[in-house]
Design a protein around this ligand. Structure first.
Ligand code: NDP
Length: 330
């Protein structure tokens, strides 16, 4: 028997509880993993609290959109007993049972080996948030955004994706402006490498006109809504925004003018469906590109499974700074 955080539905209401499961309770997937850590992402918080329609499987359901663990048994030759593997995306914790369990059976297709020089803790300090931030940085690079082009703004900068994007961009030589609504985050954001900090209301009111004076060479946006609309109207010529999230809203009220008069690009980031090669490349870059002091700052807490529901509520209120790792064996 082992422990898992299980979500169940009674009379339409979602209840999370710690249950003891048997290996036979697990889904029929190819690789049995002894989970070491998972983490708490915004999507997990929406799933666990039932405030977002994240789960597409049937209840009872084990959430947790990422995990790192050791292979116990594998039906495919690609992975062997004892391998340490990472899983982010691919519908984990949404379609198939996820990382909030001491054991899990998962599809082999979405596993990548833990890179050498990365510890399991470091892997989940990054988790889906770090993976997404790195994807966003690589996407900007691939679209020709070099440090000499001007300032790059990161929104939701004190959150998981935002903190890591900021901490990745600064040592690469970019001048990063952190946009945040957290009044007490300025020391943290500066230590991560922010050259300047602006209040989230600066962008969050949306643009007054379809095109405003150019402010940014590029952006990593985790907020969406009016914030993203404001970024689009203030991107410099041939600038681009890597769109990661919707913590502030999912509607986008914009015009075609930034695109046809300034040639700007709206670049979508989807961590769920990255190819195997892309995932390996992202994890390799995460080992080398994030300085250790930033990594230590970003780790907010390591919590046991039973604290996930309470911390999920806090996360949705925007009260979590950095990353929360879930120690499923604590
Ligand atoms: P966090 O909760 O860690 O961070 C979100 C941050 O957004 C908060 O810390 C806060 O930062 C800011 N924020 C919160 N509420 C609001 C609001 N109402 N208006 C404006 N800003 C707000 O979440 P994650 O970093 O894990 O995820 C961020 C977003 O990215 C989510 O929408 C998530 O679903 C998405 N995501 C997308 C992925 C993809 O594949 N595209 C993968 C992973 C995440 P501050 O206080 O500094 O302003």
């Amino acid at each position: 028997m082992f422990r898992a955080l299980v979500l169940d539905q009674t009379d339409g209401a979602l209840t999370p509880e710690i249950r003891h499961l048997d290996q036979d309770d697990l889904p029929e997937e190819e690789v049995l993993v002894s989970v070491i850590y998972s983490s708490l992402n915004y999507k997990d918080a929406l799933a666990v609290t039932g405030k977002g329609k994240i789960i597409r499987g049937t209840f009872p359901f084990v959430p947790g959109i990422d995990l790192v663990g050791q292979v116990e048994a594998s039906e495919t030759p690609a992975f062997n007993e004892g391998d340490i593997v990472i899983l982010t995306g691919g519908g984990l914790g949404e379609k198939t049972w996820g990382g909030y369990s001491q054991r899990q059976r998962v599809p082999a297709q979405w596993l990548v080996p833990l890179p050498e020089a990365m510890t399991p803790l470091h892997a989940m300090e990054m988790g889906t948030a770090g993976f997404t931030a790195m994807l966003a940085v690589m996407t900007l690079e691939e679209h020709g955004i070099t440090p000499d082009r001007g300032e790059v703004v990161v929104t939701g900068a004190s959150g998981g994706v935002g903190s890591i994007a900021l901490a990745l961009l600064a040592p690469l030589g970019y001048t990063v402006v952190a946009s945040s609504g957290s009044e007490d985050a300025s020391v943290y954001l500066r230590e991560l490498g922010a050259a300047r900090i602006i209040h989230r209301d600066d962008l969050g009111q949306g643009p007054k006109r379809p095109l405003e004076s150019a402010r940014w060479a590029a952006a990593v946006d985790t907020v969406g809504g009016d914030t993203l609309a404001a970024i689009l109207s203030t991107l410099d010529r041939h600038g681009c925004v890597a769109v990661c999230g919707n913590a502030g809203g999912h509607q986008l009220n914009t015009t075609v003018f930034p695109f046809i008069l300034r040639g700007v690009s709206l670049l979508g980031i989807d961590s769920n469906t990255a190819s195997y090669e892309r995932r390996c490349e992202v994890w390799k870059r995460l080992v080398g590109d994030l300085p250790k002091p930033a990594q230590d700052l970003i780790l907010a807490d390591v919590i046991p499974l039973d604290q996930v529901p309470a911390l999920s509520e806090e996360m949705l209120k925007g009260r979590i700074r950095g990353r929360i790792v879930v120690d499923v064996n604590a």
